[in-house]
Design a protein around this ligand. Structure first.
Ligand SMILES: Cc1ncc(COP(=O)(O)O)c(C=O)c1O
Length: 295
């Protein structure tokens, strides 16, 4: 491409971006918004979907009940595409915190096992682990580097201690934007049979991420930042094969592999997943993200 053609194509791209921005975020015509991954905006197309779904709920006789399940399944597929996971590795949650709590309580951690959490993690990725101390699990809040980043070299060495059973770290640090080398940490964790749990909310949607090319065991992510979704949306990814090792944290009718609502026939023989418990919001969660990522 010659210089003039390149300049024209750049101008076209800029024009298309501006049009898209004004269409989806009309308020940006008179506002400059630096999205620092504090709170992401909701695009116009998502507002339209929310309005449609609210209208549906106001007239419940119009709701296609089996269709609700299809929407949730479609949403899980969409989230799966975002991080290259299978739909059955995705659970829809209400926040990053819920996913991290599922990880902390469902992983088979026992008294005197050690969990590594770098200092300066967002509190959502600290308290669920500290809570395990009441069960005798030890949490080590590891020192950062002199730059204030998680010390990956130290973490990679530390996981070789057989007592270290899990490492919980953010994909991107909330306080300084440091992006962790998840591939490197994952390799060290896998070599040493240590679970790797990732808080994805500061990165997913902003930076491409492929769970298949890393050794992430569990990823928790809220939808309210880079995924441009409402508060109360999120997902948890659980690597295939790991699900069977998890202790179900909460159990509910939608957590059973074989679901039944036949009166008087509860069965404990059906295995359950900690990722889904009961009815989930079809309109406040990733339906919105789904619409956004589809186009
Ligand atoms: C790294 C990180 N984790 C989690 C959260 C939020 O957690 P939740 O989705 O549970 O509100 C934030 C910011 O709000 C964050 O920066």
């Amino acid at each position: 491409m010659n210089t003039q053609a390149a300049a024209t194509s750049r101008r076209d791209l800029r024009k298309r971006c501006l049009e898209l921005r004004l269409k989806e975020f009309p308020w940006t015509s008179n506002t400059i918004y630096f999205n620092n991954a504090g709170i992401g905006p909701l695009p116009e197309r998502s507002r339209v979907v929310v309005d449609e779904l609210v209208a549906e709920k106001m007239a419940p006789h119009t709701i296609d009940v089996p269709g609700l399940f299809d929407r949730l399944a479609e949403t899980r597929r969409t989230v799966g595409r975002l991080i290259n996971a299978e739909a059955d590795e995705i659970g829809l949650t209400t926040s990053t915190s819920l996913g991290l709590n599922i990880a902390a309580h469902a992983l088979p951690l026992q008294a005197s096992d050690i969990v590594l959490v770098p200092q300066r993690e967002f509190p959502a990725n600290v308290y669920p682990w500290l809570q395990l101390e009441s069960r005798g699990v030890k949490v080590e809040l590891t020192q950062p580097t002199s730059d204030g980043w998680p010390d990956e070299k130290y973490l990679c060495d530390r996981v070789s201690d057989p007592k270290v059973k899990a490492l919980a770290i953010s994909l991107v640090q909330f306080s300084n934007g440091y992006k962790a080398n998840i591939a490197r940490l994952g390799e060290a964790c896998r070599l040493n049979d240590c679970y790797l749990v990732v808080d994805g909310i500061q990165g997913i949607g902003q930076t491409p991420f492929d769970v298949k090319s890393t050794a992430v065991d569990i990823m928790a992510c809220g939808g309210q930042k880079w995924l441009l979704s409402p508060f109360g949306s999120g997902f948890v990814y659980v690597r295939k094969g790991l699900l069977e090792q998890l202790e179900p944290t909460f159990v509910g009718w939608l957590a059973l592999k074989v679901q039944t609502i036949t009166p008087g026939s509860p069965s404990t023989s059906t295995s359950c997943t900690p990722m889904h418990v009961g009815s989930r919001s079809t309109h406040c969660r990733f339906r919105i993200c789904l619409v956004w990522t589809k186009v």
